[in-house]
Design a protein around this ligand. Structure first.
Ligand SMILES: Nc1nc2c(ncn2[C@@H]2O[C@H](COP(=O)(O)OP(=O)(O)OP(=O)(O)O)[C@@H](O)[C@H]2O)c(=O)[nH]1
Ligand SMILES: [Mg+2]
Length: 529
């Protein structure tokens, strides 16, 4: 695809946007430029169309005759003279183009190069058009002139020493057509009326006026239809344009680029990365707060600690804790999963409102720089989001699994707690038994275990007690640590699961619709660059 095809495509995309994303005047101008570009492209690059435009009496028809070497155009002293365009075609063909330009058939002349020998050969492919004036009282002249000025490949503005600085010429035409500067040549005609000094001054002034019009890139020439001064140079310039066969394309490209620039200005600069939504963390935070993520996670944490304690703490303490009211069960009774679920609050209206407000801030912040029509699309996305985001959030969070499995280590720890507890009891009994015997029935003791030192016997009897107590202590310390770690993990797990659910509700209802809009805006803008 060449540049003008790319621009056409980009402009079409912009025009096809729903909801009238462009101003009416720009859309209309763009449609016209596209229509002209398509029309001109369809007629090929075999011919180059050049028109002489200008005020009445500047000498367009005279110069047209001088360049073509024929006396086709009517030249007169009465004003205005030319009322309909006249065309001269070098070589064959060109009817399609002239039909498109609506040049009357009776006003078309073919310059048969064969008749003129080699002189006219280089101009083969040229269609030269003499236009009516744009500034006489005859309104129809201006209409024809204005229409053709827009359609031809190159416009030669023929000005004269009296009127070259004319306000209308510069403000209504040249300044407005600066986008087509490379397809414009301004010819100061009638230079035979000026002396060398005046000519130099006038040309200098003309150049500075063109600069002020934004027409720096326009060509400038001096000529006289009477003395033929400058005419060969004009013909040479024409030959160059015909040879390149690019004049038509160049004009189209400039017009397309100009209208693309206008559309870009209306669209405003796109964001660098449509995937990056500012303040997205704020919305996630607000949603987490509304749904009570940390409260749910804390409940899961506390529930873990409580259940683990009952299974892994020192047996008498564990048993005592079981008698205490379950913070959840006391209130609700019944299935644990249902109870945990009950810890997830349903969103109240103020909470929903807070989420919607945060979504509004994110959406309006991300689309702040978009044009009004695009903001309307953003507002529609926001309405949809407001209708769904809270319900989506609730259902996403309710799908988060709150595990209440019993980790394997609870059983192991519980076993050791009981083992050491029983050992302690056993140790108490044996120690007490030995002590009672030693104090009250030493003879039984010495007959049962003769030769036994009492100290050693005492130690053996107390051993299970010591082992039981030390074992219980160690098991309790280890279990307490593991309970804290396990509870923290359960809390983190639930927190991250809920956060994921929150993220997905935010993505579906806010981030994705906004990104889609920003991406479309960026693609439209980039398609016009
Ligand atoms: N001295 C001098 N007179 C010129 C020159 N070119 C044109 N004229 C005269 O200026 C008058 C107007 O010339 P036209 O060629 O009819 O001017 P035009 O721009 O075609 O005018 P409209 O058709 O009315 O728009 C005629 O009397 C010409 O003889 C020139 O280079 N030098
Ligand atoms: Mg004329």
């Amino acid at each position: 695809m060449n540049r003008s095809d790319e621009l056409s495509k980009g402009i079409r995309t912009a025009l096809d946007l729903e909801g009238g994303a462009l101003s009416a005047s720009t859309a209309q101008a763009a449609a016209e430029v596209l229509r002209r570009a398509d029309g001109r492209r369809g007629l090929g690059s075999e011919h180059t169309v050049v028109a002489f435009a200008g005020s009445t009496g500047s000498g367009k028809s005279s110069l047209f005759n001088a360049v073509s070497g024929l006396e086709i155009a009517e030249v007169a002293v009465r004003r205005p003279t030319t009322s309909e365009p006249i065309a001269c075609v070098w070589g064959e063909g060109g009817d399609d183009l002239l039909d498109w330009l609506e040049v009357p058939e009776s006003r078309r002349t073919w310059r048969e190069s064969a008749l003129d020998g080699d002189d006219e050969e280089p101009l083969r492919g040229l269609i030269l058009i003499d236009l009516p004036d744009h500034d006489s009282t005859a309104y129809a002249h201006r209409e024809v002139s204005d229409r053709l000025i827009e359609m031809v490949d190159v416009v030669f503005w023929v000005v004269d020493p009296q009127k070259y600085a004319d306000f209308t010429l510069h403000n209504r035409y040249l300044a407005k057509m600066s986008a087509a500067a490379e397809s414009t040549v301004v010819v100061l005609n009638q230079v035979d009326r000026l002396d060398a000094e005046q000519k130099k001054t006038t040309m200098g002034h003309l150049r500075s006026l063109l600069e002020a019009d934004g027409m720096e890139k326009a060509g400038v020439a001096a000529a006289s239809a009477v003395t033929r001064e400058g005419v060969p140079e004009i013909r040479r310039e024409l030959v160059k344009m015909i040879k390149s066969r690019e004049a038509g394309q160049l004009r189209i490209e400039q017009e397309l680029a100009d209208i693309a620039g206008r559309i870009r200005a209306e669209l405003g600069r796109p964001v660098d990365d449509p995937e990056k939504i500012p303040q997205s963390d704020m919305l996630i935070g607000a949603m987490n707060e509304a749904i009570g993520t940390s409260a749910i996670a804390q409940t899961v944490h506390d529930d873990y600690i409580r259940r683990a304690y009952a299974k892994t703490a020192y047996p008498p303490l564990a048993k005592a804790s079981r008698g205490k009211a379950d913070p959840l069960g006391a209130r609700h009774g019944g299935d644990r999963e249902v109870l945990l679920r009950a810890a997830q609050p349903e969103l109240t209206q103020p909470q929903t409102a807070r989420i919607n407000l945060a979504a509004h801030e994110v959406i309006s912040g991300a689309t702040r720089r978009l044009p009004t029509a695009w903001k309307r699309a953003a507002a529609a996305a926001e309405d949809q989001s407001a209708a769904r985001i809270s319900a989506d959030l609730e259902s996403a969070v309710s799908e988060v699994e709150i595990a209440h499995r019993q980790p394997g280590w609870w059983g192991v720890a519980g076993f050791f707690q009981w083992l050491f507890f029983i050992l302690t009891i056993f140790g108490v009994i044996t120690t007490a038994a030995v002590a009672v015997l030693a104090f009250f029935f030493p003879e039984i003791l010495s007959s049962t275990v003769p030769n036994m030192d009492l100290k050693v016997l005492g130690l053996v009897a107390a051993a299970p007690l010591v082992i039981g107590i030390v074992g219980s202590l160690i098991t309790s310390i280890l279990s307490a640590g593991a309970r804290r770690k396990g509870a923290d993990e359960a809390r983190a797990q639930v927190e991250s699961d809920i956060d994921r659910a929150v993220q997905s509700a935010a993505k579906d209802n806010v981030f994705e619709p906004v990104t889609r809009l920003l991406r479309k805006h960026k693609e439209t803008y980039d398609g016009l660059s």
